[in-house]
Design a protein around this ligand. Structure first.
Ligand SMILES: Cc1ncc(COP(=O)(O)O)c(C=O)c1O
Length: 333
């Protein structure tokens, strides 16, 4: 078939539509990009950081890339501050206190990558908007297993990649931007695929595409697009609401069983404020991760915790097995 460009681009459009559908957005509000870090970096180039509206508020619970990218904008005028967590959570009063009228953007993770803490986005959105700031949500650890509706939650900008709970492979991430907001943005990271059709092949013209599409740059990884499309179709067929309901049950079980076995859980102790991602404190987490892998138990070491991240295909028996093996390892050292 040679280079079947149109077939691949159609697959990219179908992938965009599927993700838009999962978060309650319009396809034009979604850009398809190679990674969450690329998406946030491009976003950062579309602000002018004028004095009086140049503060970027992040949280200590954000994924490190978020902090790195905003700190790199300080030389362009960004003033970056971090909300510290207390007991590895952040309460509404802390947002109230830190966000001010000079806050351009407030960045929050929907679910914390480290301990599974899940935040109430609607409550945060109301605080952020009352200070005329924009809300940026990193949904990398929630999209695919926790329902998200960007309109109902009043989210301005959201990023998510397919490599975690969306079950894809590296190479595809999404940037959602509210349509009327995106139309006012002109990212300095751009390319021919971020232009309107009329300007795509005109080297002397720049005409940003509609909505978030203007954030796209060059040829995407087609193979990752096929994987992303298949993964999103699977999630769509199972249903994110069904996945969430099942995983809450699994989470309650994992919390109770872990506690019963004497493990110490990071972050909130009740299923209501967390995702199915559960972190147990252990000494030498990297070694424990490696040893569990030898037993076919796939978990992640993050700083001082072992993180288990079940999805809809995992059973309570598997969680029990993982916790039992974790305890056996701890006791053998
Ligand atoms: C919450 C969160 N945000 C951002 C990222 C970074 O994503 P990427 O590697 O696509 O830039 C990750 C990766 O694990 C993540 O867990």
């Amino acid at each position: 078939m040679g280079n079947n460009w149109s077939l691949a681009m159609e697959r990219m459009e179908a992938t965009r539509r599927k993700f838009a559908d999962i978060i309650g957005a319009e396809p034009d509000e979604v850009a398809v990009l190679p990674s969450a870090s690329d998406a946030i970096s491009s976003l950062a180039t579309s602000f002018s950081y004028q004095q009086g509206k140049n503060k970027i508020v992040c949280t200590e619970l954000d994924f490190p890339t978020v902090g790195h990218i905003w700190l790199a904008q300080r030389k362009f005028g960004a003033n970056v501050s971090f909300i510290r967590s207390s007991n590895e959570m952040i309460c509404a009063e802390q947002y109230e206190k830190e966000i001010a009228h000079d806050t351009l953007l407030t960045c929050v993770p929907h679910v914390c990558y480290y301990n599974g803490y899940k935040q109430d986005l609607r409550e945060i959105a109301d605080i952020v908007h009352s200070k005329s700031s924009l809300l940026f949500v990193d949904a990398y650890q929630s999209a695919g297993h926790i329902p998200i509706h960007v309109k109902e939650m009043d989210i301005d900008i959201l990023v998510a990649g397919t490599r975690k709970y969306m079950l894809g492979i590296p190479g595809v991430a999404f940037l959602y931007i509210k349509k009327n907001l995106a139309e006012r943005m002109e990212p300095r990271v751009t390319g021919w695929l971020g232009q309107k059709k009329t300007a795509m092949f005109d080297i002397c013209k720049i005409a940003p595409e509609v909505g978030a599409r203007r954030f796209e740059t060059g040829t995407p990884s087609f193979i990752s697009m096929y994987a992303a499309h298949a993964a999103l179709e699977l999630l769509h067929n199972v249903g994110v609401h069904n996945i969430y309901a099942y995983l809450q049950e699994v989470t309650r079980f994992a919390l109770a069983y872990g506690r019963e076995k004497g493990l110490c859980i990071s972050g909130p102790q009740s299923a209501e404020y967390r995702s199915s991602l559960i972190s147990f404190y252990v000494g030498n987490a990297s070694e424990v991760e490696m040893r569990l892998k030898e037993k076919n138990i796939v978990v992640s070491a993050r700083k001082d915790v072992i993180r288990i991240a079940p999805h809809f295909y995992n059973t309570k028996e598997e969680i029990k097995y993982a916790i039992d093996e974790l305890i056996a390892l701890i006791n053998s050292r």
